[in-house]
Design a protein around this ligand. Structure first.
Ligand SMILES: Nc1nc2c(ncn2[C@@H]2O[C@H](COP(=O)(O)OP(=O)(O)OP(=O)(O)O)[C@@H](O)[C@H]2O)c(=O)[nH]1
Ligand SMILES: [Mg+2]
Length: 299
């Protein structure tokens, strides 16, 4: 995957794209690593189903959002996409869905790893993720260790001294870009770890000069989304014109009917007035009347 970087796009009408202010994060990691639980901790609500299970709980990529310092934080939870037993065709389908949800590209990829449970399977899944996203995605990767509560108060740096070599190598490779979460935490503890992570995300964004991760697939997805938006905008514009014309026609018809009615009422009033008006005594009428009362008549 040839990775490239893009600045946030502007909309064609010149207004700032609402996605400009977003922070888009994707949770990746092996099944059961605690991706959904981490998503819920960041969102501070149970948005993604999360439970202890040998089989994958999350079946499809899902999106949730929250706000942080006036910015929209968009989180995409993924299934165990990169588990070694998941067929590549399935993975590809879900990656496409994930791309649509995080288009035009995520600012950070949170690689979720359970503390003290990093098996060979986890290691293989991690390698698959890194290969899949490509070399340049590395700048955007943050290691997110879950199950901090299992450390029973031990400092994470003390834990690292005796941690599996693979974990220590990861930390070195990602230059200490990590966060440790207790997904069972509530209140101030939950708030603090969320704050630490989002500050780290901001740090990653700053180091990348505000750029998000993208690649040719993301760009194609974004082009497709923009095309669809345009088609919808044109459809709604045409529909709006059609409804406006229909309303105008109906109103004109109504006005025409009212005018006719008023005209008829006016005509009727005029006729009524004419009928009620006393008849004028014309000379012929007078002579006729006089004739009727002529004295000769009495003879
Ligand atoms: N005690 C404790 N349990 C955790 C922690 N993080 C996750 N869990 C538990 O681990 C189990 C698996 O977590 P999920 O969030 O469902 O894991 P997932 O990576 O989303 O799993 P899939 O959706 O199957 O890929 C759940 O029972 C969580 O409650 C943590 O920090 N501490
Ligand atoms: Mg899940």
């Amino acid at each position: 995957m040839a990775a490239q970087y893009l600045r946030e796009p502007r909309t064609s009408h010149g207004l700032a794209n609402p996605r400009d202010s977003q922070l888009r994060l994707v949770l990746v990691g092996k099944t059961g690593a605690g991706k959904s639980a981490t998503g819920n901790s960041i969102l501070r609500e149970e948005v993604f189903p999360s439970s202890f299970s040998a089989v994958s709980i999350t079946k499809h990529c899902e999106k949730g959002s929250s706000t942080w310092k006036g910015r929209e934080v968009v989180i995409v939870d993924t299934p165990g996409l990169f588990d070694t037993e998941v067929p590549d065709s399935e993975t590809l389908k879900e990656i496409t869905r994930c791309m649509v949800l995080t288009s035009p590209g995520p600012h950070a990829l949170l690689l979720v790893i359970p503390v003290g449970r990093y098996t060979l399977e986890d290691q293989k899944a991690t390698e698959k993720i890194l290969t899949m996203f490509g070399e340049r995605a590395r700048e955007h990767i943050i290691l997110l260790f879950t199950w901090k509560d299992d450390l029973k108060g031990m400092d994470f740096r003390d834990y690292l001294k005796h941690a599996p070599t693979a974990i220590r190598e990861l930390i070195r490779e990602f230059r200490d870009r990590y966060c440790v979460f207790n997904n069972k935490a509530t209140g101030a503890e939950q708030e603090n770890q969320r704050e630490q992570l989002l500050a780290l995300v901001q740090d990653v964004v700053d180091k990348c000069n505000g750029r998000y991760y993208t690649n040719s697939l993301y760009q194609k997805t974004e082009e497709e989304i923009q095309k669809q938006i345009q088609v919808l905008q044109e459809y709604y514009r045409a529909e709006l014109e059609r409804v406006k014309a229909q309303i105008k026609q109906e109103l004109e018809e109504e006005i025409r009917k009212l005018k006719d009615e008023l005209e008829q009422q006016k005509r009727k009033r005029h006729q009524d007035r004419e009928c009620r008006r006393p008849k004028k005594m014309t000379p012929s009428f007078l002579s006729l009347s006089l004739e009727k009362i002529s004295p000769l008549d009495s003879f």
